[in-house]
Design a protein around this ligand. Structure first.
Ligand code: ADP
Ligand code: MG
Length: 593
Protein backbone atom coordinates (compact mmCIF):
# COMPACT_ATOMS: atom_id res chain seq x y z
CA UNK A 1 0.00 0.00 0.00
CA UNK A 2 1.26 3.44 -0.85
CA UNK A 3 2.64 5.35 2.11
CA UNK A 4 2.08 8.73 0.65
CA UNK A 5 -1.30 10.36 1.15
CA UNK A 6 -2.59 13.80 0.35
CA UNK A 7 -3.13 15.96 3.40
CA UNK A 8 -6.73 16.85 4.10
CA UNK A 9 -7.47 20.36 2.79
CA UNK A 10 -8.03 21.88 6.25
CA UNK A 11 -4.76 20.49 7.59
CA UNK A 12 -2.88 21.74 4.53
CA UNK A 13 -4.39 25.16 5.10
CA UNK A 14 -3.42 25.11 8.76
CA UNK A 15 0.16 24.33 7.85
CA UNK A 16 0.19 27.06 5.22
CA UNK A 17 -1.33 29.39 7.79
CA UNK A 18 1.77 28.99 9.91
CA UNK A 19 3.73 30.86 7.25
CA UNK A 20 1.34 33.73 6.75
CA UNK A 21 -0.21 34.12 10.19
CA UNK A 22 2.36 34.26 12.92
CA UNK A 23 0.47 36.50 15.28
CA UNK A 24 -2.48 38.89 15.36
CA UNK A 25 -0.41 41.60 13.70
CA UNK A 26 0.01 39.42 10.59
CA UNK A 27 -3.77 39.20 10.28
CA UNK A 28 -4.01 42.97 10.63
CA UNK A 29 -1.48 43.48 7.86
CA UNK A 30 -3.23 41.14 5.43
CA UNK A 31 -6.69 42.56 6.10
CA UNK A 32 -5.54 46.18 5.81
CA UNK A 33 -3.75 45.40 2.56
CA UNK A 34 -6.84 43.72 1.14
CA UNK A 35 -8.90 46.79 2.03
CA UNK A 36 -6.39 49.02 0.22
CA UNK A 37 -6.36 46.73 -2.80
CA UNK A 38 -10.15 47.02 -2.82
CA UNK A 39 -9.82 50.79 -3.31
CA UNK A 40 -11.05 51.81 0.16
CA UNK A 41 -11.01 55.52 1.09
CA UNK A 42 -11.62 54.88 4.78
CA UNK A 43 -10.52 51.89 6.76
CA UNK A 44 -11.44 51.11 10.33
CA UNK A 45 -9.51 48.60 12.40
CA UNK A 46 -11.13 47.34 15.58
CA UNK A 47 -9.05 45.23 17.94
CA UNK A 48 -9.81 43.55 21.24
CA UNK A 49 -7.25 42.16 23.66
CA UNK A 50 -4.26 42.71 21.42
CA UNK A 51 -6.05 40.88 18.60
CA UNK A 52 -6.48 37.68 20.58
CA UNK A 53 -10.18 38.41 21.03
CA UNK A 54 -11.06 40.22 17.85
CA UNK A 55 -9.52 41.77 14.76
CA UNK A 56 -12.01 43.47 12.50
CA UNK A 57 -11.34 45.54 9.41
CA UNK A 58 -14.14 47.54 7.87
CA UNK A 59 -13.59 49.20 4.51
CA UNK A 60 -15.60 51.14 1.97
CA UNK A 61 -13.92 49.51 -1.00
CA UNK A 62 -15.50 47.69 -3.93
CA UNK A 63 -16.75 44.70 -1.94
CA UNK A 64 -17.40 41.17 -3.27
CA UNK A 65 -20.35 39.40 -4.85
CA UNK A 66 -21.85 36.17 -3.39
CA UNK A 67 -19.50 33.89 -5.29
CA UNK A 68 -16.31 35.82 -4.47
CA UNK A 69 -17.37 36.08 -0.83
CA UNK A 70 -17.03 32.31 -0.63
CA UNK A 71 -14.22 31.90 -3.16
CA UNK A 72 -11.90 34.33 -1.40
CA UNK A 73 -11.34 31.76 1.36
CA UNK A 74 -10.05 29.13 -1.07
CA UNK A 75 -6.30 28.73 -1.17
CA UNK A 76 -4.71 30.42 -4.20
CA UNK A 77 -7.92 32.30 -4.84
CA UNK A 78 -6.99 35.79 -5.98
CA UNK A 79 -8.47 38.38 -8.26
CA UNK A 80 -5.10 40.07 -8.59
CA UNK A 81 -3.06 37.98 -10.99
CA UNK A 82 -4.02 35.77 -13.88
CA UNK A 83 -0.69 34.74 -15.41
CA UNK A 84 3.06 34.75 -14.86
CA UNK A 85 3.54 38.07 -16.58
CA UNK A 86 1.19 39.70 -14.10
CA UNK A 87 3.51 38.58 -11.34
CA UNK A 88 6.17 40.96 -12.63
CA UNK A 89 3.83 43.89 -12.96
CA UNK A 90 2.15 43.51 -9.64
CA UNK A 91 0.78 46.79 -8.27
CA UNK A 92 -1.47 45.41 -5.57
CA UNK A 93 -0.39 44.49 -2.04
CA UNK A 94 -1.55 40.90 -2.26
CA UNK A 95 -1.39 38.42 -5.10
CA UNK A 96 -0.82 34.99 -3.60
CA UNK A 97 -4.43 34.39 -2.68
CA UNK A 98 -3.29 32.79 0.52
CA UNK A 99 -4.10 35.20 3.29
CA UNK A 100 -7.81 34.70 3.76
CA UNK A 101 -7.57 30.91 3.39
CA UNK A 102 -4.80 30.84 5.99
CA UNK A 103 -6.60 33.11 8.42
CA UNK A 104 -9.87 31.24 8.07
CA UNK A 105 -8.06 27.95 8.75
CA UNK A 106 -7.06 29.04 12.25
CA UNK A 107 -9.85 31.33 13.45
CA UNK A 108 -13.55 32.10 13.45
CA UNK A 109 -14.17 34.47 10.57
CA UNK A 110 -17.22 36.51 9.71
CA UNK A 111 -17.28 38.29 6.37
CA UNK A 112 -19.92 40.83 5.42
CA UNK A 113 -19.62 42.39 2.03
CA UNK A 114 -21.61 44.16 -0.65
CA UNK A 115 -20.71 45.51 -4.06
CA UNK A 116 -22.19 48.71 -5.44
CA UNK A 117 -24.69 46.96 -7.69
CA UNK A 118 -25.93 44.33 -5.24
CA UNK A 119 -29.00 45.22 -3.28
CA UNK A 120 -28.29 42.85 -0.42
CA UNK A 121 -24.89 41.93 0.87
CA UNK A 122 -23.55 38.52 1.82
CA UNK A 123 -22.62 37.18 5.23
CA UNK A 124 -20.20 34.24 5.29
CA UNK A 125 -19.14 32.45 8.47
CA UNK A 126 -16.13 30.17 8.46
CA UNK A 127 -14.61 28.35 11.42
CA UNK A 128 -11.31 26.55 11.19
CA UNK A 129 -11.56 26.53 7.42
CA UNK A 130 -15.09 25.06 7.36
CA UNK A 131 -17.95 27.00 5.85
CA UNK A 132 -20.57 27.36 8.58
CA UNK A 133 -23.12 29.50 6.79
CA UNK A 134 -23.70 31.91 3.97
CA UNK A 135 -26.75 34.12 3.87
CA UNK A 136 -27.95 37.42 2.46
CA UNK A 137 -27.64 40.35 4.80
CA UNK A 138 -28.12 44.08 4.55
CA UNK A 139 -24.69 45.70 4.57
CA UNK A 140 -23.07 48.94 3.46
CA UNK A 141 -21.00 48.88 0.29
CA UNK A 142 -17.58 47.52 1.11
CA UNK A 143 -16.29 44.74 3.26
CA UNK A 144 -16.09 43.95 6.95
CA UNK A 145 -14.03 40.98 8.07
CA UNK A 146 -14.06 39.99 11.72
CA UNK A 147 -11.49 37.47 12.90
CA UNK A 148 -12.18 36.00 16.32
CA UNK A 149 -10.39 33.51 18.54
CA UNK A 150 -7.22 33.32 16.51
CA UNK A 151 -5.47 29.92 16.76
CA UNK A 152 -8.45 28.44 18.63
CA UNK A 153 -7.63 25.10 16.97
CA UNK A 154 -3.84 25.35 17.20
CA UNK A 155 -3.27 25.47 20.96
CA UNK A 156 0.49 25.43 20.61
CA UNK A 157 0.31 28.67 18.61
CA UNK A 158 -2.21 30.26 20.87
CA UNK A 159 0.01 29.57 23.86
CA UNK A 160 2.94 31.13 22.07
CA UNK A 161 1.18 34.50 21.80
CA UNK A 162 2.50 37.23 24.07
CA UNK A 163 0.49 39.48 26.37
CA UNK A 164 -2.25 41.60 24.84
CA UNK A 165 -0.01 44.63 25.33
CA UNK A 166 2.88 43.14 23.39
CA UNK A 167 0.63 41.86 20.61
CA UNK A 168 -0.95 45.31 20.40
CA UNK A 169 2.48 46.88 19.98
CA UNK A 170 3.03 44.63 16.96
CA UNK A 171 -0.38 45.56 15.61
CA UNK A 172 0.37 49.26 15.96
CA UNK A 173 3.66 48.71 14.11
CA UNK A 174 1.85 47.05 11.21
CA UNK A 175 -0.84 49.70 11.26
CA UNK A 176 1.77 52.46 10.97
CA UNK A 177 3.60 50.68 8.17
CA UNK A 178 0.41 50.60 6.17
CA UNK A 179 -0.96 54.01 7.17
CA UNK A 180 2.18 56.05 6.43
CA UNK A 181 2.48 55.35 2.70
CA UNK A 182 -1.31 55.39 2.21
CA UNK A 183 -1.80 58.82 3.67
CA UNK A 184 -4.58 59.65 1.24
CA UNK A 185 -6.69 57.00 2.94
CA UNK A 186 -8.36 57.69 6.28
CA UNK A 187 -7.60 55.15 9.01
CA UNK A 188 -9.07 54.60 12.44
CA UNK A 189 -7.70 52.21 15.03
CA UNK A 190 -9.78 51.27 18.04
CA UNK A 191 -8.45 49.03 20.80
CA UNK A 192 -10.80 47.79 23.52
CA UNK A 193 -13.22 50.60 22.72
CA UNK A 194 -10.55 53.27 22.93
CA UNK A 195 -9.61 55.27 19.84
CA UNK A 196 -5.85 54.92 19.38
CA UNK A 197 -5.61 56.71 16.04
CA UNK A 198 -7.94 58.68 13.86
CA UNK A 199 -5.98 59.59 10.78
CA UNK A 200 -7.74 61.78 8.27
CA UNK A 201 -6.72 61.66 4.62
CA UNK A 202 -3.74 64.02 4.36
CA UNK A 203 -0.36 64.53 2.82
CA UNK A 204 2.68 62.51 3.84
CA UNK A 205 4.11 65.06 6.27
CA UNK A 206 0.78 65.51 8.00
CA UNK A 207 0.37 61.77 8.31
CA UNK A 208 3.81 61.52 9.89
CA UNK A 209 2.93 64.35 12.28
CA UNK A 210 -0.35 62.71 13.23
CA UNK A 211 1.36 59.44 14.04
CA UNK A 212 4.66 60.56 15.54
CA UNK A 213 3.69 63.87 17.04
CA UNK A 214 3.70 67.39 15.82
CA UNK A 215 7.34 67.86 16.68
CA UNK A 216 8.40 65.30 14.13
CA UNK A 217 8.09 67.40 10.96
CA UNK A 218 10.64 69.96 12.03
CA UNK A 219 13.03 67.20 12.96
CA UNK A 220 13.14 65.97 9.39
CA UNK A 221 14.73 67.08 6.15
CA UNK A 222 13.34 66.19 2.74
CA UNK A 223 15.18 63.62 0.66
CA UNK A 224 14.69 63.46 -3.06
CA UNK A 225 16.66 61.86 -5.87
CA UNK A 226 15.74 60.38 -9.17
CA UNK A 227 17.45 58.26 -11.81
CA UNK A 228 16.08 56.24 -14.70
CA UNK A 229 16.24 53.16 -12.51
CA UNK A 230 14.72 54.37 -9.28
CA UNK A 231 13.21 57.35 -7.55
CA UNK A 232 13.94 57.98 -3.87
CA UNK A 233 11.99 60.44 -1.79
CA UNK A 234 10.86 61.00 1.77
CA UNK A 235 12.40 62.38 4.93
CA UNK A 236 15.43 61.75 7.09
CA UNK A 237 15.92 62.98 10.66
CA UNK A 238 18.22 65.83 11.56
CA UNK A 239 21.19 64.29 13.35
CA UNK A 240 20.47 65.96 16.68
CA UNK A 241 17.13 64.16 16.93
CA UNK A 242 18.55 60.69 16.52
CA UNK A 243 17.48 58.37 19.32
CA UNK A 244 19.04 55.47 21.10
CA UNK A 245 16.01 53.35 20.37
CA UNK A 246 15.02 51.96 17.01
CA UNK A 247 11.44 52.25 15.89
CA UNK A 248 11.11 55.25 13.64
CA UNK A 249 12.92 53.86 10.60
CA UNK A 250 10.82 53.04 7.58
CA UNK A 251 11.61 51.90 4.06
CA UNK A 252 8.88 51.54 1.49
CA UNK A 253 9.15 50.26 -2.03
CA UNK A 254 6.23 51.17 -4.25
CA UNK A 255 4.41 52.06 -1.03
CA UNK A 256 5.00 48.68 0.55
CA UNK A 257 6.93 48.56 3.82
CA UNK A 258 10.09 46.48 3.82
CA UNK A 259 13.07 45.79 6.03
CA UNK A 260 16.65 45.89 4.87
CA UNK A 261 19.68 45.92 7.07
CA UNK A 262 21.76 46.47 3.94
CA UNK A 263 19.97 49.71 3.01
CA UNK A 264 19.83 50.75 6.66
CA UNK A 265 23.61 50.69 6.66
CA UNK A 266 23.56 52.95 3.57
CA UNK A 267 21.55 55.49 5.53
CA UNK A 268 23.83 55.18 8.53
CA UNK A 269 26.84 55.78 6.29
CA UNK A 270 25.26 59.00 5.10
CA UNK A 271 25.20 60.18 8.72
CA UNK A 272 28.82 59.29 9.28
CA UNK A 273 30.47 61.83 11.55
CA UNK A 274 27.17 63.53 12.32
CA UNK A 275 25.69 61.29 14.99
CA UNK A 276 26.55 60.76 18.63
CA UNK A 277 27.48 57.16 19.28
CA UNK A 278 24.76 54.50 19.10
CA UNK A 279 22.09 56.90 17.89
CA UNK A 280 19.67 56.09 15.11
CA UNK A 281 17.92 58.87 13.22
CA UNK A 282 14.28 58.56 12.22
CA UNK A 283 13.69 58.13 8.51
CA UNK A 284 10.78 57.61 6.16
CA UNK A 285 12.21 56.69 2.78
CA UNK A 286 10.23 55.73 -0.28
CA UNK A 287 11.57 53.96 -3.34
CA UNK A 288 9.63 53.97 -6.56
CA UNK A 289 10.76 51.45 -9.10
CA UNK A 290 9.41 49.41 -11.98
CA UNK A 291 7.99 46.28 -10.25
CA UNK A 292 9.95 44.20 -12.74
CA UNK A 293 13.16 45.22 -10.93
CA UNK A 294 12.15 43.83 -7.56
CA UNK A 295 11.28 40.42 -6.26
CA UNK A 296 8.77 40.64 -3.47
CA UNK A 297 8.24 36.92 -3.54
CA UNK A 298 11.26 35.86 -1.55
CA UNK A 299 9.53 36.01 1.81
CA UNK A 300 6.06 34.72 2.64
CA UNK A 301 5.12 37.80 4.60
CA UNK A 302 6.91 39.98 2.08
CA UNK A 303 8.83 42.22 4.43
CA UNK A 304 12.06 41.50 2.62
CA UNK A 305 12.56 42.72 -0.88
CA UNK A 306 15.22 42.10 -3.45
CA UNK A 307 16.23 44.78 -5.93
CA UNK A 308 17.92 43.41 -9.03
CA UNK A 309 20.61 46.08 -8.64
CA UNK A 310 21.08 46.43 -4.89
CA UNK A 311 24.43 48.11 -5.23
CA UNK A 312 23.05 51.03 -7.23
CA UNK A 313 20.23 51.49 -4.75
CA UNK A 314 22.71 51.46 -1.88
CA UNK A 315 24.90 54.14 -3.41
CA UNK A 316 22.09 56.33 -4.54
CA UNK A 317 20.42 56.13 -1.16
CA UNK A 318 23.58 57.03 0.71
CA UNK A 319 24.26 59.95 -1.61
CA UNK A 320 20.74 61.32 -1.49
CA UNK A 321 20.51 61.24 2.31
CA UNK A 322 23.94 62.81 2.61
CA UNK A 323 22.95 65.48 0.15
CA UNK A 324 19.72 66.21 2.04
CA UNK A 325 21.58 66.57 5.32
CA UNK A 326 24.16 68.85 3.76
CA UNK A 327 21.48 71.05 2.31
CA UNK A 328 19.68 71.27 5.61
CA UNK A 329 22.80 72.64 7.23
CA UNK A 330 22.16 75.86 5.38
CA UNK A 331 18.42 75.65 5.46
CA UNK A 332 15.92 77.53 7.56
CA UNK A 333 15.56 76.06 10.99
CA UNK A 334 11.84 76.29 10.54
CA UNK A 335 10.64 74.48 7.49
CA UNK A 336 7.14 75.04 6.34
CA UNK A 337 6.92 71.88 4.37
CA UNK A 338 3.51 70.93 5.60
CA UNK A 339 1.43 71.86 2.61
CA UNK A 340 2.77 70.81 -0.74
CA UNK A 341 3.15 73.71 -3.10
CA UNK A 342 3.50 76.19 -0.28
CA UNK A 343 7.06 75.44 0.61
CA UNK A 344 9.38 78.41 0.86
CA UNK A 345 12.35 77.20 -1.12
CA UNK A 346 15.61 77.40 0.72
CA UNK A 347 18.36 78.75 -1.47
CA UNK A 348 21.52 77.29 -0.04
CA UNK A 349 23.65 78.97 -2.68
CA UNK A 350 22.61 82.51 -1.76
CA UNK A 351 24.52 82.23 1.51
CA UNK A 352 21.81 84.16 3.26
CA UNK A 353 21.24 83.32 6.85
CA UNK A 354 17.72 82.58 7.84
CA UNK A 355 15.74 84.87 10.10
CA UNK A 356 13.03 83.62 12.40
CA UNK A 357 9.66 84.93 11.31
CA UNK A 358 8.83 88.09 13.20
CA UNK A 359 5.37 89.44 13.40
CA UNK A 360 5.22 93.03 12.42
CA UNK A 361 3.12 94.91 14.86
CA UNK A 362 2.56 98.31 16.28
CA UNK A 363 4.53 98.29 19.51
CA UNK A 364 2.53 101.15 20.90
CA UNK A 365 -0.50 98.97 20.91
CA UNK A 366 -1.56 97.69 24.29
CA UNK A 367 -4.80 95.77 24.36
CA UNK A 368 -5.13 96.32 28.08
CA UNK A 369 -4.95 100.09 27.67
CA UNK A 370 -7.73 100.32 25.21
CA UNK A 371 -10.23 103.11 24.72
CA UNK A 372 -12.91 100.63 23.90
CA UNK A 373 -15.40 99.83 26.64
CA UNK A 374 -13.97 96.89 28.57
CA UNK A 375 -15.73 93.61 28.75
CA UNK A 376 -17.28 93.15 32.21
CA UNK A 377 -15.02 90.16 32.92
CA UNK A 378 -11.67 90.92 31.40
CA UNK A 379 -10.00 87.86 30.07
CA UNK A 380 -13.22 86.00 29.46
CA UNK A 381 -14.15 84.78 26.02
CA UNK A 382 -17.75 85.31 25.27
CA UNK A 383 -20.09 84.66 22.41
CA UNK A 384 -19.48 86.80 19.31
CA UNK A 385 -20.53 90.34 20.00
CA UNK A 386 -21.16 93.45 18.05
CA UNK A 387 -18.15 94.68 16.12
CA UNK A 388 -18.09 97.87 18.20
CA UNK A 389 -17.33 95.87 21.32
CA UNK A 390 -15.11 93.01 20.35
CA UNK A 391 -14.40 90.34 22.93
CA UNK A 392 -11.13 90.34 24.77
CA UNK A 393 -9.08 87.23 24.27
CA UNK A 394 -7.71 85.60 27.36
CA UNK A 395 -4.19 85.99 28.55
CA UNK A 396 -2.43 87.22 25.49
CA UNK A 397 0.66 89.07 26.46
CA UNK A 398 0.90 92.70 25.65
CA UNK A 399 2.57 93.34 22.36
CA UNK A 400 5.51 95.06 24.05
CA UNK A 401 6.39 91.96 25.95
CA UNK A 402 6.29 89.66 22.93
CA UNK A 403 7.90 91.57 20.10
CA UNK A 404 10.89 93.70 21.06
CA UNK A 405 11.56 94.23 17.51
CA UNK A 406 11.62 97.69 15.90
CA UNK A 407 8.19 98.89 14.81
CA UNK A 408 7.41 98.22 11.18
CA UNK A 409 3.76 99.10 11.09
CA UNK A 410 0.74 96.95 11.39
CA UNK A 411 0.03 94.52 8.64
CA UNK A 412 -2.52 92.03 9.70
CA UNK A 413 -6.13 91.56 8.73
CA UNK A 414 -8.84 89.03 9.28
CA UNK A 415 -10.28 87.22 6.30
CA UNK A 416 -13.65 85.45 6.26
CA UNK A 417 -13.66 85.59 10.07
CA UNK A 418 -11.52 82.52 9.86
CA UNK A 419 -7.97 83.44 8.91
CA UNK A 420 -5.47 86.11 9.83
CA UNK A 421 -3.30 87.31 6.99
CA UNK A 422 0.01 89.00 7.56
CA UNK A 423 3.23 89.61 5.73
CA UNK A 424 6.52 87.91 6.28
CA UNK A 425 9.90 88.33 4.64
CA UNK A 426 9.19 85.19 2.57
CA UNK A 427 5.66 85.94 1.50
CA UNK A 428 2.16 86.03 2.85
CA UNK A 429 1.32 84.13 5.97
CA UNK A 430 -2.20 82.84 6.52
CA UNK A 431 -3.03 81.80 10.07
CA UNK A 432 -5.99 79.65 11.04
CA UNK A 433 -7.48 81.63 13.91
CA UNK A 434 -9.20 78.77 15.75
CA UNK A 435 -6.23 76.45 15.60
CA UNK A 436 -3.78 79.18 16.52
CA UNK A 437 -5.82 80.13 19.56
CA UNK A 438 -6.29 76.49 20.48
CA UNK A 439 -2.52 75.98 20.37
CA UNK A 440 -1.94 79.02 22.57
CA UNK A 441 -4.49 77.89 25.11
CA UNK A 442 -3.24 74.32 25.00
CA UNK A 443 0.28 75.44 25.90
CA UNK A 444 -1.06 77.62 28.67
CA UNK A 445 -3.30 74.95 30.19
CA UNK A 446 -0.60 72.33 29.92
CA UNK A 447 1.89 74.56 31.64
CA UNK A 448 -0.54 75.39 34.42
CA UNK A 449 -1.52 71.79 34.91
CA UNK A 450 2.04 70.61 35.12
CA UNK A 451 2.78 73.29 37.72
CA UNK A 452 -0.52 72.62 39.51
CA UNK A 453 -1.08 76.32 39.25
CA UNK A 454 -4.29 77.05 37.42
CA UNK A 455 -5.83 80.48 37.29
CA UNK A 456 -9.43 80.13 38.20
CA UNK A 457 -12.20 82.58 37.94
CA UNK A 458 -15.14 82.53 40.36
CA UNK A 459 -18.50 82.80 38.68
CA UNK A 460 -20.76 85.50 40.10
CA UNK A 461 -23.77 83.41 39.22
CA UNK A 462 -23.03 79.68 39.31
CA UNK A 463 -24.12 77.75 36.23
CA UNK A 464 -26.33 74.78 37.01
CA UNK A 465 -27.05 71.70 35.02
CA UNK A 466 -28.77 68.34 35.57
CA UNK A 467 -26.96 65.09 34.91
CA UNK A 468 -27.76 61.38 35.00
CA UNK A 469 -26.80 59.64 38.27
CA UNK A 470 -24.08 57.60 36.53
CA UNK A 471 -22.62 60.81 35.09
CA UNK A 472 -22.67 62.50 38.48
CA UNK A 473 -20.81 59.51 39.91
CA UNK A 474 -18.14 59.91 37.27
CA UNK A 475 -17.86 63.65 37.85
CA UNK A 476 -17.62 63.13 41.60
CA UNK A 477 -14.96 60.46 41.09
CA UNK A 478 -12.88 62.83 38.96
CA UNK A 479 -13.50 65.90 41.06
CA UNK A 480 -9.84 66.31 41.95
CA UNK A 481 -8.66 66.18 38.36
CA UNK A 482 -11.28 68.71 37.34
CA UNK A 483 -10.26 70.87 40.25
CA UNK A 484 -6.71 70.79 38.90
CA UNK A 485 -7.93 72.24 35.62
CA UNK A 486 -9.62 75.09 37.47
CA UNK A 487 -13.15 73.71 37.42
CA UNK A 488 -14.97 73.87 40.73
CA UNK A 489 -18.44 72.53 41.34
CA UNK A 490 -20.76 71.02 43.90
CA UNK A 491 -23.47 68.46 43.39
CA UNK A 492 -26.93 68.70 44.91
CA UNK A 493 -29.29 65.91 44.04
CA UNK A 494 -29.31 65.59 40.25
CA UNK A 495 -27.83 69.02 39.73
CA UNK A 496 -24.29 70.20 39.29
CA UNK A 497 -23.51 73.79 40.21
CA UNK A 498 -20.45 75.16 38.48
CA UNK A 499 -18.86 77.77 40.73
CA UNK A 500 -15.47 78.49 39.13
CA UNK A 501 -13.92 77.99 35.71
CA UNK A 502 -10.39 78.30 34.32
CA UNK A 503 -9.66 81.99 33.80
CA UNK A 504 -10.71 83.16 30.40
CA UNK A 505 -12.93 80.23 29.56
CA UNK A 506 -16.64 80.63 29.14
CA UNK A 507 -18.82 78.42 31.41
CA UNK A 508 -20.55 77.01 28.32
CA UNK A 509 -17.20 75.84 27.00
CA UNK A 510 -16.44 74.24 30.36
CA UNK A 511 -19.72 72.31 30.32
CA UNK A 512 -19.03 71.14 26.78
CA UNK A 513 -15.58 70.05 27.92
CA UNK A 514 -17.12 68.06 30.78
CA UNK A 515 -19.46 66.32 28.34
CA UNK A 516 -16.47 65.20 26.32
CA UNK A 517 -14.79 63.91 29.43
CA UNK A 518 -17.89 61.99 30.44
CA UNK A 519 -17.98 60.27 27.08
CA UNK A 520 -14.32 59.41 27.45
CA UNK A 521 -14.54 58.23 31.05
CA UNK A 522 -17.47 55.98 30.37
CA UNK A 523 -15.07 54.00 28.18
CA UNK A 524 -13.00 53.75 31.34
CA UNK A 525 -9.58 54.34 29.95
CA UNK A 526 -7.47 55.58 32.80
CA UNK A 527 -4.93 58.19 31.79
CA UNK A 528 -2.16 59.29 34.04
CA UNK A 529 0.42 61.99 34.57
CA UNK A 530 1.60 63.78 31.50
CA UNK A 531 -0.78 61.97 29.22
CA UNK A 532 -3.72 63.00 31.36
CA UNK A 533 -2.56 66.61 31.39
CA UNK A 534 -2.17 66.69 27.65
CA UNK A 535 -5.56 65.14 27.22
CA UNK A 536 -7.27 67.65 29.52
CA UNK A 537 -5.39 70.63 28.10
CA UNK A 538 -6.24 69.57 24.57
CA UNK A 539 -9.94 69.07 25.20
CA UNK A 540 -10.25 72.26 27.20
CA UNK A 541 -8.36 74.30 24.62
CA UNK A 542 -10.51 72.89 21.83
CA UNK A 543 -13.64 73.98 23.62
CA UNK A 544 -12.36 77.35 24.77
CA UNK A 545 -10.64 78.56 21.59
CA UNK A 546 -12.33 81.18 19.44
CA UNK A 547 -14.11 79.69 16.47
CA UNK A 548 -14.46 80.44 12.83
CA UNK A 549 -16.98 83.24 12.49
CA UNK A 550 -15.55 85.09 15.46
CA UNK A 551 -14.68 88.68 14.57
CA UNK A 552 -11.42 89.93 16.00
CA UNK A 553 -10.18 93.48 16.45
CA UNK A 554 -6.81 94.36 14.98
CA UNK A 555 -5.36 94.35 18.47
CA UNK A 556 -6.61 90.87 19.14
CA UNK A 557 -5.26 89.67 15.84
CA UNK A 558 -1.84 91.02 16.70
CA UNK A 559 -1.96 89.52 20.14
CA UNK A 560 -2.89 86.13 18.83
CA UNK A 561 -0.04 86.14 16.33
CA UNK A 562 2.44 87.35 18.91
CA UNK A 563 1.31 84.71 21.36
CA UNK A 564 1.38 81.99 18.74
CA UNK A 565 4.95 82.77 17.77
CA UNK A 566 6.11 82.62 21.33
CA UNK A 567 5.22 78.95 21.39
CA UNK A 568 8.08 76.54 20.90
CA UNK A 569 6.03 74.80 18.20
CA UNK A 570 3.94 77.44 16.46
CA UNK A 571 3.49 75.42 13.30
CA UNK A 572 1.04 72.79 14.47
CA UNK A 573 -1.97 72.62 16.70
CA UNK A 574 -2.10 69.93 19.40
CA UNK A 575 -3.51 67.39 16.99
CA UNK A 576 -0.75 68.02 14.47
CA UNK A 577 -2.70 70.14 12.02
CA UNK A 578 -1.01 73.22 10.60
CA UNK A 579 -1.71 76.52 12.31
CA UNK A 580 -0.53 78.53 9.37
CA UNK A 581 0.75 78.34 5.86
CA UNK A 582 3.03 80.61 3.92
CA UNK A 583 2.36 81.66 0.39
CA UNK A 584 5.88 82.25 -0.92
CA UNK A 585 6.46 85.43 -2.83
CA UNK A 586 7.88 83.60 -5.80
CA UNK A 587 4.64 81.63 -6.11
CA UNK A 588 2.69 84.87 -6.08
CA UNK A 589 5.06 86.40 -8.65
CA UNK A 590 4.62 83.35 -10.84
CA UNK A 591 0.90 83.86 -10.99
CA UNK A 592 1.50 87.24 -12.60
CA UNK A 593 3.81 85.93 -15.28
P1 ADP B 1 -4.69 38.18 -2.28
O1 ADP B 1 -4.82 39.50 -1.57
O2 ADP B 1 -3.28 37.71 -2.33
O3 ADP B 1 -5.37 38.15 -3.60
P2 ADP B 1 -6.32 37.17 -0.14
O4 ADP B 1 -6.51 35.81 0.41
O5 ADP B 1 -5.81 38.22 0.79
O6 ADP B 1 -5.40 37.06 -1.40
O7 ADP B 1 -7.69 37.65 -0.74
C1 ADP B 1 -8.33 36.85 -1.74
C2 ADP B 1 -9.22 37.68 -2.63
O8 ADP B 1 -10.35 38.09 -1.89
C3 ADP B 1 -8.59 38.93 -3.16
O9 ADP B 1 -7.85 38.69 -4.34
C4 ADP B 1 -9.81 39.82 -3.41
O10 ADP B 1 -10.37 39.52 -4.66
C5 ADP B 1 -10.80 39.35 -2.34
N1 ADP B 1 -10.80 40.27 -1.18
C6 ADP B 1 -10.15 40.08 -0.02
N2 ADP B 1 -10.38 41.11 0.84
C7 ADP B 1 -11.18 41.98 0.18
C8 ADP B 1 -11.78 43.24 0.53
N3 ADP B 1 -11.55 43.83 1.72
N4 ADP B 1 -12.58 43.84 -0.39
C9 ADP B 1 -12.80 43.24 -1.59
N5 ADP B 1 -12.25 42.08 -1.97
C10 ADP B 1 -11.46 41.43 -1.11
MG1 MG C 1 -4.43 39.82 0.42
Amino acid sequence: MSRIQLLPETLANQIAAGEVVQRPASVVKELLENAIDAGARHIKLIVKDGGKGLIQVIDDGHGMDETDARMCFERHATSKIRNTDDLFRIQTKGFRGEALASIAAVAHVELRTRTEDMELGTLVRIEGGRLVSQEPVSAPKGTSIAVKNLFFNVPARRKFLKSAQVEMRHIIDEFQRVAIPHHHIGFTLIHNGHEVYRLLPSNLMQRIAHIFGRKMPERLVPVSEQTDYIKIHGYAGKPEFAKQRRGEQFFFVNNRYFKSSYLHSAVMQAYEGLLPEKRIPPYFLFFEIDPGHIDVNIHPTKTEIKFDDEYTVYNLLRASVRHALGKFDQMPSIDFDITPGLIPRAKPSSGKTYREPKIQVDPRFNPFRDDRPQHPFPGQISAPQTPEEPPVLPDFPTVEETVPEPPQGTTVFQWKDKYLVTRMPEGLMIVHQHRAHKSVLFARFLDQLSRSDVNTQELLFPESRDYMPAELDLLEKHKDILHQTGIHFRIEGQTLHLSAVPAGVEPGAVLAFMDELLAHWSDDIPLQGDELHRFLANKLAAKAAIRTGHKMSTGEQQQLLAQLFRLPEPKYDPSGKPNFIILPQEDIDKKFE
